[in-house]
Design a protein around this ligand. Sequence first.
Ligand code: IZC
Ligand code: ZN
Length: 415
Amino acid sequence: MAIKTFIHHIGMLATPIGHSAHRGKEQADVQILKDAWTAVSEDGTILAVGTGAYPQEYDQAQNVIDAEGALVTPGLVDAHTHLIFGGWREHELALKLRGVAYLDILAQGGGILSTVRSTRAATEQELADKAGEALAMMLEMGTTTCEAKSGYGLTTEDELKMLRAIRDLQGKQPVDLVPTFLGAHALPEEYKDNREEYIRLLCEEMIPRVAEEHLAEFCDVFCETGVFTTEESRTILMAGKKYGLIPKIHADEIDPIGGTLVAGELPAISAEHLIRTRDEGIEAMAKGGTIACCLPATSFYLDADFARARDMITAGVPVAIATDFNPGSCPNLSLQLAMNLGCYKYRMTPEEVLTAVTLNAAAAIHRADTIGSVEAGKKADLVIWKADNLDFIFYRFGNNLVHQVIKNGEIVIDR
Ligand code: IZC
Ligand code: ZN
């Protein structure tokens, strides 16, 4: 088979191996190859990985990339973002510094509802353009696949507009997008006194439309005090399931009201945030095979507790780490920062965190068959780092340590 790209002189190739999430001790099982190389076929998939000597014909590849002894990892997978939104919420920073709580800002019609107003006012093109800028920055920092949620429209047309903006961006720039329907992100102001009616709208109109137009793969709910209850979350996620949308859930971000129990029971492919998750929630996730998608930059920004990721690993729950990029609780899109925090605050090892932002993140968005590791048969999405070992990228923080990003075997970032 013709070789499109050959990458050699890889000082250290660090990657989990496999097609499903790694849990428990396996979370730290990262294959480390020294003096490695990889060959990529015409269609952008990895054909072979090896060390030392390689077949001579690889030197004839269209692109030969000399990694000059650097660290290479899989491209980073951001499994939880609110990529599409109008406006920003920098005015909330002052409130936050004065001690006003996240849920109080929301209850007063700010927070998510403020972003809903600016998102409704934006066109599909404006939303796509704004998100395109964020994606360009993410790619620059090593993210090659990104999950993106709706949830700032909260009317059928505005939710569809957000999901169409995601679809518009697919293929127009290098980052692969994975869409999630989050119509249950907040109760819109016009349904303040009529929550049953909004839930009916979600289940009977929005979800069927989203499914019919193939605009999302997952259905998500913000299960939280003052937002959606566990019963409502179950109803909405079951309705999504009926239409082929895989359940995800925002659980235990502010209050542990039982979202992780719903996650384990359904089961949801992933439960996200988990800042306040207690023992029974961890057990439920372990039982349901739910992936814990932890968002440490959100804890940092909200000055909240950090999820009990170590206990989750011990209990056999696979841990993924994502940014939660959004205009309110985490205006950060660097997975590198989330990786640093995973190490410093969750006390996860570099190997465990690497798995969390590659293979386990891929599994959380149902992509573990095609991305999340550097091995034959997977897409050639890689990062060549300004580092020669794995520890280095966790030890340094606050800088972008990406040298090159390779997407489907082609250099898309070179810095
Ligand atoms: O806009 O505040 N937690 N949703 C649930 C968010 C944070 C995003 C936001
Ligand atoms: Zn979120």
